[in-house]
Design a protein around this ligand. Structure first.
Ligand code: ATP
Ligand code: MG
Length: 349
């Protein structure tokens, strides 16, 4: 198995080093990492944030482990050269349309959740967000003057049925692999796009009679995620609603340094990355929490490499390390990035 390793900028190199350490310990011989430049680090060497060589390596790999991009030294650059364009470019080039973001509250950290009073049985949910359509990409879009000469901005919310079908199937498959409950979130009382969304999701539901499907309007979902997050297991939703709800869910369960993600295409190729950015304020200080990246590595084993048992092993080791009190600064502790990595390593069994 060949993994493209894109450490990127800021804390990227520190946190990916810990994830590689854990992955090598778990799957040893059968996994090889090929490093490539991306983001500001790539721009400094090649003049491009997503060099052709990096893209080629990603296309020829079984999976991609990604740190983060973002470098204040690149703030002056034109948009196309900025580090953030690299990740957008990769998603587009590889057609990574399905974004999976688990939000799980580790019981050891419940006291620190802003929702601790509302969490009863333990929050453990998976948001499946569509990543390549919706109002972010729909045309026409732009700015112009209206008929009264006022400035006006406009975007187009748009989905075709194939785009909805493929993300719905990922939602149902994910639900099937967990508790068997899927909640589809839309705004079909107001939006045409959402009406199509709901119709198509209901059609695909015929293929999954074993999954219990429910629907919720996005405004209610936002309220319910705060009021009673435990009621959700798998959520499937569009790009815009998913963007907002997944940030909301992540804040409910604790530090940004804990949450992994997967972005998949229809061949099962995936890019795995922490949900946080490059944290330039703590880069190079050994303060970054590597758990989000380590857990992204576990997702890689599960989804792209089909090594469920190894993924479980890593996730259990993270729980055990937290149970034993391992804490980086973001969790109120004193451990360095590599000490946290070592705590997970020691907890592997
Ligand atoms: P970018 O533009 O790269 O996304 P950002 O400033 O928008 O950067 P983050 O990089 O996610 O967003 O950082 C937000 C805050 O969270 C910062 O204070 C950062 O130090 C902190 N942070 C992010 N990731 C981690 C981590 N793994 N461990 C500890 N703190 C983190
Ligand atoms: Mg950011």
């Amino acid at each position: 198995m060949r993994i493209a390793l894109l450490a990127g900028d800021g804390i990227g190199p520190e946190i990916t080093a810990e994830a590689v350490k854990i992955l090598k310990a778990v799957v040893s011989q059968e996994i090889e990492f090929d490093e490539a430049l991306i983001g500001g680090a790539a721009w400094k060497v090649t003049g491009s944030p997503l060099p052709e060589e990096t893209l080629k390596l990603c296309k020829n790999s079984d999976a991609i482990l990604f740190g983060s991009v973002g470098d204040p030294e690149c703030d002056h650059l034109e948009r196309a050269l900025r580090p953030e364009q690299a990740i957008l470019g990769l998603r587009k080039e590889l057609d990574l349309f399905a974004n999976l973001r688990p939000a799980r509250l580790f019981p050891e950290l419940q006291a620190e959740s802003p929702l601790k009073e509302n969490i009863v049985t333990g929050t453990d949910l998976m948001i499946v967000r569509e990543l390549t359509g919706d109002v972010y990409f729909g045309t026409p879009r732009g700015q112009r003057k209206d008929d009264q000469n006022r400035r006006e901005g406009f975007d187009t919310m748009r989905y075709n049925e194939d785009e909805v079908k493929r993300i719905a199937r990922i939602g149902f498959e994910t639900a099937r692999s967990r508790s068997g409950n899927l909640c589809s979130i839309d705004k079909s009382n107001v939006l045409e796009t959402s009406q199509l969304w709901r119709t198509v999701v209901l059609e695909i539901a015929q293929e999954y009679p074993d999954v219990e499907l429910s629907h919720m309007y996005v405004d209610n979902a936002a309220m319910q995620l705060v009021r009673a997050p435990d009621q959700f297991d798998v959520i499937v939703t569009g790009n815009l609603f998913g963007d907002i709800l997944s940030d909301l869910a992540s804040a409910c369960v604790g530090s940004i340094g804990l949450l992994p993600s997967a972005s998949l295409n229809s061949e099962g190729k995936g890019l795995y990355e922490p949900i946080h950015g490059s944290a330039p304020d703590i880069a190079g200080l050994g303060k970054a929490n590597p758990l989000a990246t380590i857990l992204s590595g576990a997702m890689m084993l599960r989804y792209s490499l089909k090594r469920e048992a190894d993924a479980d092993r890593i996730e259990k080791a993270v729980s055990t390390a937290l149970e034993k009190g391992a804490r980086t600064a973001d969790l109120g502790g004193k451990m360095t990035t590599s000490e946290m990595g070592n705590a997970v390593l020691a907890a592997l069994n």
